[in-house]
Design a protein around this ligand. Structure first.
Ligand code: RAM
Length: 370
């Protein structure tokens, strides 16, 4: 009897654990709560090892999948790498997570060279420069390494495919529409970006500028694009400099999670809530206090865990040869379901989904997720 009770307890515990795995996965996608698309099937990841076709050689050696983020000390990057690792481990591979101290192309090139020597099977990179990594990434591809970018793209010649978080046009235009609404369609605005070479931020900024060409924004003036380099202290000092140089500033758009959190702190410390509006792309866990206080009325993001997870699934499919990165290639991206490779300028990409709006009504729900 006693023995049966113990087995029963173990069985219940295992079931609870499986259910919890499934739940946290489905909860981690805003689109799941939005009900917009059933992009996440909670049960798939709980299948774990048994559902995966292992990414291992015939001899049993695990395939090596590397990811390089822009720089260390960025919780967004950590979440993205968590998602990547989750996918790779589900698929039976070994994940190698890397990020340089500083967000420079040079530091990433050094890491790529090391990974080529290590004979990894795949490299996924969130690039600090669209073009500067090309010689190193071409060398990697010539050595048979499957290269993809995610989050911040490299040029088409430097990758097989890019994993894109959301439509850049939509992100850029939405941020201008947001700040315009917040400042009543009139006044000076500034952008606090990441590094001046970051592909993702620069593309979003181009779309912001295009949106600003609409005559309905005639009374809005973009006075400056500042670069906090995704370093906390530099983003703080750049925000302070903006406020000093432009005393009439009405709004700041920070299309970087590091920048928007730094700006939120500066505006809070200086008591500028309501005087200078703030929006952009923020991590709910870092921005909750500023959204709850009203310093930032709303902001946008996607699920960084899903971006990393999708990149991990993509890397595995490239290594297995299920896809090559050409338009029309289709594969099952684990719990994210069916994905298709589509055109992206000269190159190709795989899209995660739509950006999600966070405001006082939903931030409480998301701040503990990412
Ligand atoms: C920062 C990084 C990242 C970007 C997010 C929105 O964390 O610059 O690349 O996608 O912000």
């Amino acid at each position: 009897m006693k023995k049966m009770g113990l087995y029963g307890l173990i069985a219940v515990l295992m079931l609870t654990l499986l259910a919890a795995c499934g739940k946290s996965n489905s909860d981690s996608s805003p689109s799941a709560s939005q009900g917009a698309s059933a992009s996440v099937s909670p049960s798939a990841s709980s299948g774990g090892d048994e559902s995966a076709s292992p990414s291992a050689d015939a001899g049993g050696a695990k395939k090596k999948f590397a990811i390089i983020f822009k720089n260390t000390g960025n919780p967004y990057g950590e979440k993205m790498m968590d998602g990547y690792k989750k996918a790779i481990e589900e698929l039976g591979g070994e994940a190698i997570l890397k990020a340089p101290d500083q967000p420079t192309a040079e530091a990433q090139i050094q890491m790529i060279e090391e990974l080529i020597s290590q004979k990894v099977d795949s490299i996924a990179i969130a690039a600090n420069d669209p073009d500067a990594l090309q010689p190193a990434l071409e060398k990697a591809m010539n050595a048979g390494i499957k290269v993809l970018s995610l989050d911040s793209a490299v040029n088409a010649a430097s990758r097989l495919v890019h994993v894109n978080q959301a439509d850049p046009e939509r992100i850029g235009r939405t941020l201008i529409q947001g700040v315009s609404e917040m400042i009543g369609g009139e006044g000076e605005i500034a952008i606090l970006s990441a590094t001046s070479q970051a592909t993702n931020q620069n593309t979003w900024i181009e779309w912001m500028k295009k949106e600003l060409e609409d005559p309905k924004y005639a009374k809005i003036k973009l006075v400056k694009v500042a670069y906090g380099d995704d370093l906390r202290d530099k983003s703080v000092s750049e925000t302070e400099a903006l406020l000093k140089s432009y005393p009439n500033l009405k709004g700041i758009i920070a299309p970087t999670t590091v920048g928007i959190a730094a700006a939120g702190k500066v505006l809070t410390d200086k008591g500028l809530k309501g005087k200078v509006q703030l929006t952009g792309l923020g991590l709910p866990s870092e921005m909750a206090e500023y959204i709850e206080s009203g310093v930032c009325q709303w902001m946008y993001l996607w699920n960084p865990i899903d971006v990393g997870y999708l990149a991990g699934q993509t890397a595995d499919s490239l290594v297995k040869g299920t896809i090559t990165g050409k338009v029309g290639d289709k594969f099952t991206a684990g719990t994210l379901g069916e994905k298709e490779v589509v055109q992206d300028g000269d190159g190709t990409q795989i899209m995660l989904g739509d950006p999600f709006k966070f405001d006082a009504s939903n931030i409480g729900e998301w701040k503990s997720v990412y």
